[in-house]
Design a protein around this ligand. Structure first.
Ligand SMILES: NC(=O)c1ccc[n+]([C@@H]2O[C@H](COP(=O)([O-])OP(=O)(O)OC[C@H]3O[C@@H](n4cnc5c(N)ncnc54)[C@H](OP(=O)(O)O)[C@@H]3O)[C@@H](O)[C@H]2O)c1
Length: 325
């Protein structure tokens, strides 16, 4: 993207036009695929623009209300309905300043993914140092954040994914201690072996693998229901909960702004501290997509080809300086 980027203060006549300034980015989520088909729990009235996570710069001429801490030109990340577009209107309370050490690509995948994983592990399962945590879909968007966060909390992490490549990613970018391929029959036995027969204290599951994972949960373990990427809402026989003396807890991060708004800034403060200290770092998939190829990015996500956060550049490098976030 072409832009006048101020790297050193100077009179405007001395500032060159940068040809390759980073373009605003948007993060892809599995629920975008569901929402496009009318299958998501939150469906805006038609017509609507798809996309929910973003990072970019506030446009000149934005209608900035009183009390808003942002100004035109500020680098921000956040959430809004309709981020797969060259411009998007955003409620300022759904924006945060993009940390200086982060690119738009890194920032575009933060707003939904990271607080979901943080609150799941800290607020819901109350992970303690030294505990064993099993993360399913460990290389995925919410999964790799959960692996990093569980490590930052001092847990021992077993990454579970559907291929060796994704297990390698979980170790390389997530810092997982072990990897187990859940497409292999009897994978739970491997988890039991790794934990000395005890099983894991916490299961973080965005796939719909709670029932299978309970075969390797520890006494008084906690299983967190994060999502159903495999496409089926799981049913569970509750005798398992009783017999193993366990808790099943859910996380619905999107509901916090309405039901428990006081928790939101607490979670973000802790996350931003972790990013600033380098103890947590967003993971971006190796291929990014221009807006014209959004469908390819979502298809790659749906077909389980991706890892980390998949990002779309909403404007390509040649679209000129007129279009603004
Ligand atoms: N509760 C909340 O507040 C909240 C917030 C955000 C997201 N979520 C949910 O979390 C889930 C994961 O989201 P995400 O953005 O992390 O997605 P993602 O990056 O696409 O990760 C999903 C992963 O699930 C695994 N998977 C297993 N079976 C699958 C199947 N049949 N089809 C597709 N994927 C399958 C795949 O990893 P392998 O190839 O390794 O199996 C895939 O990469 C979604 O259901 C989403 O709605 C919940």
């Amino acid at each position: 993207m072409r832009a006048f980027v101020v790297s050193d203060y100077a009179h405007p006549s001395k500032i060159p036009l940068t040809q390759n300034a980073p373009a605003p980015s948007a993060g892809l989520n599995y629920f975008d695929i569901l929402q496009a088909q009318g299958k998501y729990q939150h469906q805006p009235p038609q017509p609507f623009v798809l996309g929910s996570e973003l990072a970019g710069r506030i446009a000149e001429g934005s209608p900035i209300p009183d009390g808003c801490p942002f100004r035109a030109g500020d680098r921000v990340f956040g959430a809004a309905q309709g981020t797969f577009a060259e411009r998007v209107a955003v409620n300022w309370d759904a924006l945060l300043p993009l940390p200086e050490n982060m690119s738009y690509d890194q920032g575009a995948g933060l707003f939904v993914t990271w607080p979901t994983s943080y609150e799941a592990l800290v607020g819901r399962a109350e992970v303690k140092p030294g505990e064993w945590v099993l993360v399913t879909a460990s290389a995925g968007g919410v999964g790799i954040a959960a692996v990093q966060l569980a490590k930052a909390l001092g847990a021992k992490v077993i990454a579970a994914a559907g291929s060796q490549e994704k297990l390698d990613i979980s170790v390389k970018y997530g810092g997982a201690d072990h990897g187990v391929n859940y497409s292999t029959e009897g994978w739970q036995k491997e988890v039991l072996k790794l934990t000395g027969g005890k099983g894991v204290d916490v299961i973080y599951d965005p796939v719909g693998l709670i029932r299978d994972s309970l075969k390797c949960i520890a006494w008084k373990g906690r299983a967190i229901v994060v999502g159903f990427a495999a496409g089926q809402i799981e049913k569970l026989a509750l005798n398992l909960v009783l017999l193993k003396n366990i808790s099943i807890v859910g996380i619905h991060w999107g509901a916090y702004t309405k039901i428990e708004p006081s928790r939101v800034p607490v979670v973000w403060k802790e996350l931003l501290d972790l990013f600033a200290s380098g103890r947590a770092k967003p993971v971006v998939y190796s291929e990014t997509y221009p807006l014209e190829r959004l469908a390819d990015g979502l298809a790659a996500l749906e077909q389980r080809k991706t890892w980390g956060k998949v990002i779309v550049h909403v404007r390509d490098a040649s679209s000129g300086p007129k279009a603004k976030l």
